[in-house]
Design a protein around this ligand. Sequence first.
Ligand SMILES: NC(=O)C1=CN([C@@H]2O[C@H](COP(=O)(O)OP(=O)(O)OC[C@H]3O[C@@H](n4cnc5c(N)ncnc54)[C@H](OP(=O)(O)O)[C@@H]3O)[C@@H](O)[C@H]2O)C=CC1
Ligand SMILES: O=C1OC[C@@H](O)[C@H](O)[C@H]1O
Length: 369
Amino acid sequence: MQGKSLHRKMEAIPLLSVRWGILGTGWVSTRFAADLLNPRSSTPVRHKIAALGTSLEVKGASFISTLFPSGAPDSGKPKIYTSYSDVYIDPEVDIVYIGTPHSYHKEQCLAAIAAGKHVLCEKPFTINAAEAEEVIAAAKVKGVYIMEAVWTRFFPLVLDLKKMLHEDKIIGDIHRMTCDFSLQKDMENLPATHRYKDINLGGGALLDIGVYPLMWSNIVLDGSVGSSASTPEVSSTMVVIDGVDHEDVVVMKYPETNRVGVLTASLRAKGTEEFLKVEGSKGVITVSGPGCSLPKKVKIQVEGEEERVMNYDHEAMGFRFEADSVAKDVLEGRKENLIMPLKETVRMMRVMDGIRKQGGVVYPQDEQR
Ligand SMILES: NC(=O)C1=CN([C@@H]2O[C@H](COP(=O)(O)OP(=O)(O)OC[C@H]3O[C@@H](n4cnc5c(N)ncnc54)[C@H](OP(=O)(O)O)[C@@H]3O)[C@@H](O)[C@H]2O)C=CC1
Ligand SMILES: O=C1OC[C@@H](O)[C@H](O)[C@H]1O
């Protein structure tokens, strides 16, 4: 009897599964999908890609051939739809992942919600705060889950850094930070229709990469999200070419704590591996990585102590941390995520609306209001 119950305890607990429908076959969808399928040593959930929405069959076939080894059985592969609408109505899709240019996010979120699907939508959630509020209201009415895919927030490095700064206070009182995300793009020679340049696709640096320094300033200078976060004073300037921002400089000041941040984003500069520096009363912390969205190394210099370096290597690219968190939420019946709550999305969109107002970037979606 005892033996039997012991045996039962050792039986493997079946992993719960979520089924994804992916929209778009571009840069981010390809990497997100590869991370979903990457086998991991430990995982709270099994991810299946049930469907793929793409403009062209041939793009879908190539997407699938990069994800699955040749000879893999067709039964494990997603269905390819050449109309995104078919992804929304596929009964085998639980969560729709939106990996298309910014300007499509609102209508695609609304369509997926209307079909009763849960949604993970790439950053920036929408073009402006008014659009974000409309989407969130629709998800609430329909009773579905939705989250903005701010993947960086889910990295163990970020969770550790928050603890070091705000709970353990290892560098004492935080005074200031600088953060930069620069992607050297050949802006002059990119076609006018490229998503970095086209105002109709939400082009420019702020919505594409400026969101990350803004995220870091919230993590470092505040530490709370959504309705618990404090409101910083924001001043900014932008270099605007053909209507979209190629360079952004933002100064954040938190009047309650006297903390300040200088944030930059550039589609022209190259940037450096070390993208974040935080200075406090007892020391300095720097964070580096291949980009501001992909932190890999934390260097801690505390006065009177030996310098410490913490390297964070993880399996695949790192999309799996957010994907696991979303899947767990959905399986456990939550309607939003605690690490990236919807109020944080709206708060960030409002900050970006204000920065664009100061810098003079107006999207067609702003004028429709
Ligand atoms: N979290 C992260 O690290 C990252 C997030 N992103 C976000 O993801 C979104 C997509 O970015 P990214 O993958 O770099 O973009 P890409 O241009 O590489 O891919 C976008 C895909 O969207 C589909 N699409 C639909 N309509 C259009 C259109 N008019 N123009 C271009 N593509 C269209 C296409 O897929 P198809 O033809 O197959 O339908 C295309 O491949 C952006 O909102 C961006 O901010 C981007 C990079 C990294
Ligand atoms: O989120 C992003 O991070 C990486 C960049 O290459 C990309 O343009 C941006 O959307």
